[in-house]
Design a protein. Structure first.
Lengths: 148, 83
């Protein structure tokens, strides 16, 4: 079972793992949680997204992950709105029969999420706000997944 | 067509969305970006450097030579920074 949610509320990692464990032959669940860095200067991080396109992009890459690895289920939850340092931003969880496939698929989903899903971060530091610049390294993360 | 703007592009232009008729001679998303740049002011500024902007047509990432049509949903935004 695959799940994609874009939400302002926090998520419960254990609850998501429990749900994934009910989707078939599951011997491994790999999770990645991204959080707002605890940088002394950062007061908050506000996340904006392109509703509709976000879900389509993530769904497309989930379908591709399912075709590359025999995974039992995957969950992607991404938060939007204003977040404080230490708060969760994103959860990627993948369930499979064995760990290697779950690790690979989780990393694949995370790399594509960073490079392709239409989210933007506005950082507020020292009472000034600034849009976070994209890093080329996030695009580079995709090159290893390309199949010619 | 509907045009959507996100992040600093939206802020700089002072709007998140507008509806326009497909301008004469505009065949690609690059043509549309040029058309918007020619409005001058904040638009001239926002579209002056293509390297700072990405585009989508009907909610899919596209290169500048992608075709646009009268009924499309088009979007302009900075390179994405999710995750």
């Amino acid at each position: 079972m695959n799940t994609i949610r874009i939400q302002t509320d926090d998520f419960d990692v254990n609850a998501e793992i429990a749900k994934l464990k009910t989707s078939g032959d599951v011997g491994a669940v790999v999770t990645f949680t991204g959080a707002v860095r605890r940088d002394a200067d950062i007061q908050s991080m506000t996340l904006e997204h392109y509703a509709g396109m976000t879900e389509r992009e993530i769904a497309r890459h989930m379908t591709e992950a399912c075709s590359r690895w025999p995974i039992a289920g995957a969950t992607v939850i991404h938060r939007i709105g204003k977040l404080a340092p230490g708060e969760n931003i994103v959860l990627v969880a993948v369930a499979s029969s064995h760990r290697q496939m779950a690790f690979a698929a989780a990393e694949f989903l995370m790399d594509y999420l960073k490079a392709r899903a239409p989210f933007w971060k506005l950082e507020e530091r020292n009472a000034a706000s600034r849009w976070v610049e994209a890093r080329n390294v996030d695009d580079d993360g995709l090159s290893r997944w390309r199949e010619d | 067509m509907t045009i959507l703007y996100f992040a600093w592009v939206r802020q700089q232009l002072g709007r998140g969305e507008e509806t326009i008729d497909l301008p004469a001679g505009v065949k690609t998303i690059g043509d549309l970006a040029n058309h918007l740049r020619q409005r001058g002011g904040a638009f001239g500024e926002a579209f002056s450097d293509r390297k700072r902007i990405r585009a989508a047509v009907n909610q899919e990432h596209v290169p500048w030579d992608a075709a646009v049509h009268a009924e499309d949903e088009v979007a302009f935004f900075p390179p994405v920074t999710g995750g």
